[in-house]
Design a protein around this ligand. Structure first.
Ligand code: HEC
Length: 93
């Protein structure tokens, strides 16, 4: 089993709180712009919550390399990641 997959299963079992996600997202949107126009930073709006949670848990478990995102994800608990995943997914609808 790849590292971090238990964490991912836990995150996916949580129903993300949209309002909490919106509150937490202000930290993310300084880099990840709402309109996805930045060239260096990938857009994260409208992702499926499960893909979003998979990317975040990969950074958190350090199976995906990137110092900034590892630090960002490392500070977030499962509840926070679930909330963010639900919020960013809702923006894409
Ligand atoms: C200081 C700037 C910065 C902040 C703040 C930041 N990110 Fe990122 N994020 C990046 C960069 C740069 C990448 C591309 C990293 C890579 O190549 O793996 C990235 C990648 C990602 C990815 C994967 C995108 C993809 O296309 O695979 C997700 C999901 C993500 N960030 C979510 C978040 C969330 C959620 C937050 C807030 C809790 C956040 N980021 C805060 C800079 C930032």
């Amino acid at each position: 089993m790849p590292a971090g997959s238990d964490v991912l299963a836990d995150i996916l079992a949580i129903k993300g709180d949209l309002e909490y996600g919106e509150y937490l997202a202000s930290e993310c949107t300084t880099c990840h712009r709402h309109d996805g126009t930045s060239e260096e930073i990938p857009g994260i709006v409208g992702w499926q919550a499960k893909d979003f949670a998979a990317a975040m848990s990969a950074y958190k478990s350090k199976s995906r390399a990137h110092p900034v995102m590892q630090m960002v994800a490392g500070r977030l608990g499962n509840e926070e990641i679930a909330a963010l995943a639900a919020f960013f997914e809702s923006l894409g609808r």
